[in-house]
Design a protein around this ligand. Sequence first.
Ligand code: E4P
Length: 216
Amino acid sequence: MKFFVDTGSVEDAKKAMATGYCDGVTTNPSLISKGDSRPLEIIVKEITEIVHGPTSVEVIAEDAVKMIEEGQLYASWSTHVVVKVPCTQEGLKACKALSREGTPVNVTLCFQPLQALVAAKCGAAYISPFIGRLDDIGHVGLQLIEDIRCLYETYGFETEILAASIRTVEHLTRVALAGSDVATIPYGVFSKVLSHPLTDKGLEVFLADWNASRPS
Ligand code: E4P
């Protein structure tokens, strides 16, 4: 299973890579606008040079022709760029065209299983179901991951499930157990992946015992 960091910040990408268990990055227009006011091209090139792994960059256009042009431009910035398109009719037209040209596409804003099925039929490399946002409106986000896993296994699609809108370590654990291929995680959650009070306590006791047995 792959872990991506969900960020628009070059610094977060650096810190996530330093952990040794970050495989890629996802950005979106909101994250980019929060993190950095420099041109998108500069930010994306810096991130891909740090990460050397899949880096999703989202189109802003709303019609397929313009999305394709934007996607082609993004893909020219680095071989690591994955073009992110929304799960709309226009987005899926762009997905099909870009995928046929060999550009990997991440279909984002997926909230129900049929959207994932259609995205896979249109050649998506990744589908991004948004777990946290479903939980926010009283649905069970995790169920969506399980349903997409079932559909993709049944019909033999190779599209990777990229669990998105992850808010907690518990979300991450659950999507991993449900068979997500990838999870994209905000750096705040990324840094907590290994935290457990009993690990800290156990280490403290081991070191105290060791030091007590070997007085300097
Ligand atoms: C996915 O690629 C999105 O950037 C992201 O996970 C959105 O998460 P949010 O619902 O916390 O904004």
